[in-house]
Design a binder for this molecule. Structure first.
Ligand SMILES: [Ca+2]
Length: 348
């Protein structure tokens, strides 16, 4: 092999070549950017609705199917749930039941069938139906609360007793109703009487619910709970406190309650919002970071805050109802929180 002698060292020639190339590289990097390329990037919605019924007509007491064909342009499966809304919400609640299924949409074209049933006592009407498609990847659990019983993963917790958990008072919803006294709260070291449904979870996750509730007393709140123990838990909720309609993302971390004054949560956040109903709540765990979001339509999501809570991956999550009525500060007497669904997707 040819070598170059530098002082006492012999350097093989191939190494010199490498050194020269390296030197040229540094020269290029030191130059100015000589041209910029701009490429628009668009992430397309993978699910396309191909066909659906243009109108539906049925008599009281009848059921009808709704056939929809979809194209999944992506190369992976999605879970899809449908959310049905008649223009007349009260009519829907009183007379109409919609199917509440989760569909697995494989790549390519696929047909799905939903249905609606109208009670025999329903008066005639002309309504308009909108159907929201919720696309979820890696769905690991969903309860649409459309069955006669809660799914077996749930545990009902009502420490003080007397709260009502119902799947029939608002069809398609889990209703948690409670009254004051006493305060039924989730507050570090003070009160854990909140009526709730909880289930075990492991790993990183996204949990989401849709809350339908009339909030007109202080304090009424309901939302999603992440629970390790009484010293480590997070509440993401819609609330009325004082005269304010609010979104709160608060909790107890290492035994310290995050709400330091009526308007401040650190970590977390307390937001004043319009009187939105329903409210969609979404909470994402990534390692020790928990991110809270809310939405009024499940399309446009508003980031609330990140909270860091160091625990292992074994937790429980669920839905809760909180009421505080202790005078003179608070005045709530009852609260009913209706949850349309609860779903979990996990990182794979
Ligand atoms: Ca539902």
């Amino acid at each position: 092999m040819k070598v170059l002698r530098v002082g006492k060292h012999m350097i093989p020639l191939w190494l010199i070549v490498v050194l020269l190339i390296s030197g040229a590289g540094i020269g290029v990097l030191a130059d100015q950017i000589w041209r910029t390329l701009t490429v628009p990037v668009r992430i397309e919605e993978p699910l396309e609705i191909l066909t659906y019924p243009s109108e539906l007509s049925l008599y009281p007491g009848e059921s009808k199917t709704l056939d929809i064909s979809l194209q999944n342009h992506a190369s992976l499966n999605y879970s899809v749930t449908l959310d049905f809304h008649l223009t007349n919400v009260t009519y829907q609640a009183n007379y109409v039941t919609f199917s509440d299924e989760t569909y697995t949409i494989v790549p390519g074209q696929q047909n799905i069938t939903a249905w609606l049933t109208v009670k025999s006592s329903a008066p005639s009407t002309n309504e308009s139906l909108t159907v929201d498609f919720n696309r979820v990847e890696n769905l690991s659990f969903i309860d649409n609360f459309d069955s006669a019983t809660l799914k077996s993963e749930w545990n009902i917790i009502d420490p003080y007793g007397g709260s009502i958990f119902s799947l029939t008072s608002m069809p398609g919803y889990l209703t948690i109703s409670t009254t004051y006294p006493p305060n039924k709260d989730l507050w570090q070291g003070v009160n854990f009487y909140s009526p709730r449904v909880m289930q075990a979870i492991y790993g990183n996750f996204t949990i989401e619910t849709k809350l339908w509730a009339v909030l007109n007393e202080s304090v009424q709140s309901g939302g999603v709970l992440v629970w390790k123990n009484e010293a480590n838990f997070l509440r993401l909720e819609r609330a009325q406190r004082y005269d304010y309609q609010e979104i709160l993302f608060v909790g107890t971390i290492n035994g310290v309650w995050s709400v330091s004054s009526p308007e401040v949560s650190n970590p977390g956040a307390i937001l004043h919002v319009p009187n939105i109903n329903p409210t969609y709540l979404r909470l994402v765990r990534t390692g020790s970071i928990y991110s809270g979001y809310y939405s009024s339509d499940s399309l446009n999501w508003h980031f609330i805050a990140n909270i860091t809570m160091d625990t292992d991956y074994s937790l429980s999550v669920g839905l809760y109802n909180v009421i505080r009525g202790d005078p003179p500060i608070y005045s709530a007497t009852s609260f009913t929180a209706n949850f349309d669904y609860f779903r979990i997707s996990v990182d794979k």
